[in-house]
Ligand binder design. Structure first.
Ligand SMILES: Nc1ncnc2c1ncn2[C@@H]1O[C@H](COP(=O)(O)OP(=O)(O)OP(=O)(O)O)[C@@H](O)[C@H]1O
Ligand SMILES: [Mg+2]
Length: 168
């Protein structure tokens, strides 16, 4: 994407310029990517992408003299650059065919289940189902724990909870 007009404006107003990661975040967010997707694609933690992202929106807000954030940046930048490339087709939500499974999860939760195991062949959509379900629940915080499959690498649950506790 060509942001030379924006880069020029930033240099003129602040004497500073976008760094590489800020440019990456801007381009990816404009294409509809989430911070989680960017962090996975570029090998950073989601927290780091969020931090750099929030600096980016602050800088753009200052330079364009209006409040810019992840949600509205596309609409605002389009006013300056109508030729902004359209969202690619792969960004159309593609979570399909899981209504019965989502309802089932809901039923289990309503019945008071505290632990739910989702079992199925590799690549069937277990992780996606769990993530989508959690998204609909509007939790303030969701902790994702990746557990090793090999016994000798398994971290004790106590240790994991202790680590996460430090983050909270
Ligand atoms: N409901 C769905 N609609 C469309 N695509 C889906 C759906 N669920 C999963 N996918 C896609 O299928 C692929 C595999 O999904 P996912 O990683 O959730 O599977 P998994 O069962 O957790 O796999 P693994 O056993 O390797 O952990 C992903 O590319 C995901 O985007
Ligand atoms: Mg999985």
């Amino acid at each position: 994407m060509d942001f030379s007009w924006l880069e020029q404006l930033i240099v003129n107003k602040t004497g500073d310029k976008l760094n590489w990661l800020q440019t990456v975040i801007l381009e990816q967010v404009l294409q509809g990517d989430t911070y989680g997707e960017i962090s996975e694609a570029y090998g950073y933690t989601e927290g780091h992408i969020k931090d750099i992202g929030s600096q980016l929106w602050q800088l753009l807000s200052q330079v364009l003299e209006q409040r810019i954030n992840k949600k509205n940046c596309r609409a605002i930048l389009e006013q300056y650059q109508p030729s902004l490339p359209q969202l690619s087709a792969k960004k159309i939500p593609n979570f399909i065919g899981r209504e019965p499974a989502m309802l089932h999860l809901n039923t289990l939760i309503n019945q008071g289940s505290k632990v739910i195991v989702i079992q199925g062949e590799g690549g069937l959509g277990k992780t996606t189902l769990a993530q989508q379900y959690l998204k609909t629940q509007k939790f303030e915080m969701v902790l994702e724990l990746l557990m090793a499959k090999e016994r000798r690498y398994i971290t004790s649950a106590e240790q994991v909870v202790e680590e996460q506790g430090k983050l909270i």
